[in-house]
Design a protein around this ligand. Structure first.
Ligand code: NDP
Ligand code: X2W
Length: 347
């Protein structure tokens, strides 16, 4: 199969380049950047020397992407991965779909159901409401059937991935008290903000802080996918990679510890969902960085009917690139662990 990665110079695109190079079914890969990118024409390994001589496509040059490129090379592609800004993904996805290319988009351009939410949460008008209807949400552990049949896959955001892995077993089993909010406290490393320089993500400026409280674009995404009202408090922390979401859920009066146990056992098992591990202790970010795994642990107070679930992921892998590869494997009828793990161990 032949694939392209648009945004291959960015953090997420670079992780994808390395993961997909390990994929046995991929025979060709185009690495693309924006038309006026500083990275245009240079080799991937010059930008990311860590991968020099270690990966199949790392000596390839980054090419400028535009309409001419698409007209010349689009028809030879099976799948395009868009690791680009939201507005840019929104603008280009339909052109790939028209050429018969499956689109796996890692931005937020196709994650929300309603076009009218885009100006509020993303700051632009959405011009493709029909694609919002068509897009399948790529949370692989829950939407595997729809992903298998999809042409346009919206890979979840990093915070929503950890938040939903923690909360969906509970909301799918209807254990939550209806007239309450699910409260999500999220903490992300700085790579969550992407590679581009900005004052807020510069080394001397970052110190643990809440940000975008009550207005972050991931709040409607989490709420839409778990079907319950959510309060989302994101925090930025001074480490490079990794993300934790700790979720507090008020359960209804019939809920016992056994019900919670059964809800998580139904959602996750080492055989059917090997990338999600329910652990015996509270998970740490270092348990999962540089891996495609999500680790989670929960505790329930039967008297107060309060359930707390904490989930950790690598924001660039399970929160983006490796989850996109899970979607690729489902959509292209590949083994679920291809390029990701072999019997539970990183490939
Ligand atoms: N970082 C994270 O933890 C996560 C990020 N995401 C999403 O993934 C996407 C990529 O994020 P990330 O890698 O962090 O961001 P980066 O800023 O690191 O990379 C962005 C990439 O997009 C390219 N790009 C920018 N503008 C254009 C354009 N007009 N045309 C074509 N390419 C363009 C850049 O290339 P160049 O500037 O060289 O042209 C670069 O390769 C974003 O939508 C982000 O929201 C999703 C989940 C997690
Ligand atoms: C630390 C940090 O800045 N994180 C990013 C989230 C990155 C991500 O996963 O989200 P999208 O794909 O929705 O952009 C933020 O809060 O905007």
């Amino acid at each position: 199969m032949k694939v392209a990665i648009v945004g291959a110079s960015g953090y997420v695109g670079a992780e994808l380049t390395i993961l997909l190079a390990r994929h046995p079914a991929i025979t060709g890969m185009h690495l693309l950047v924006s038309e006026f990118s500083d990275a245009k024409g240079i080799r991937f390994s010059q930008l990311y020397p860590r991968w020099q001589s270690t990966s199949r496509f790392s000596e390839q040059r980054l090419q400028a992407f535009n309409g001419d490129w698409l007209a010349t090379f689009g028809s030879e592609l099976d799948v395009v991965f868009m690791a680009t800004p939201h507005e840019y993904s929104q603008q280009w996805a339909s052109a790939f779909l028209e050429q018969g290319v499956k689109v796996i988009d890692l931005s937020g351009a196709f994650r929300l159901n309603l076009a009218e939410d885009y100006p509020t949460y993303y700051g632009f008008e959405h011009h493709y409401p029909q694609l919002l209807e068509q897009a399948v949400y790529g949370l692989a552990e829950f939407n595997y059937q729809q992903i298998t049949d999809a042409n346009l896959i919206a890979v979840p955001g990093c915070y929503p991935t950890a938040s939903l892995l923690a909360s969906k077993p509970v909301t799918n089993a209807n254990l939550q008290q209806p007239d309450t909010h699910i409260i999500v406290n999220g903490i992300s490393g700085v790579s969550g903000a992407g590679r581009k320089a900005s004052l807020n993500s510069s080394f001397n400026e970052v110190s643990l802080t809440a940000y975008n409280v009550l207005q972050h674009r991931h709040q409607p995404e989490i709420s839409q996918q778990c079907g319950h009202s959510v309060i989302f408090n994101p925090h930025l922390a001074p480490f490079k990679r990794g993300l934790m979401a700790t979720v507090t859920i008020h359960c209804h009066e019939q809920v016992k510890t056994d019900d919670v146990q059964q809800a998580f056992a139904k959602a996750y098992s080492p055989v059917t969902t090997p990338l999600v591990r329910v652990t015996q202790q509270w998970p740490k970010i270092d348990d999962v960085t540089y891996t495609p795994f999500a680790n989670l642990h929960w505790q329930y107070d039967e008297d107060k009917r309060i359930l707390v679930v904490s989930c950790v992921i690598d924001n660039l892998l399970k929160g983006a690139a490796s989850q996109a590869v899970q979607c690729f494997n489902l959509a292209m009828q590949q083994p679920p662990g291809a390029a990701l793990f072999d019997q539970g161990v990183m490939a």
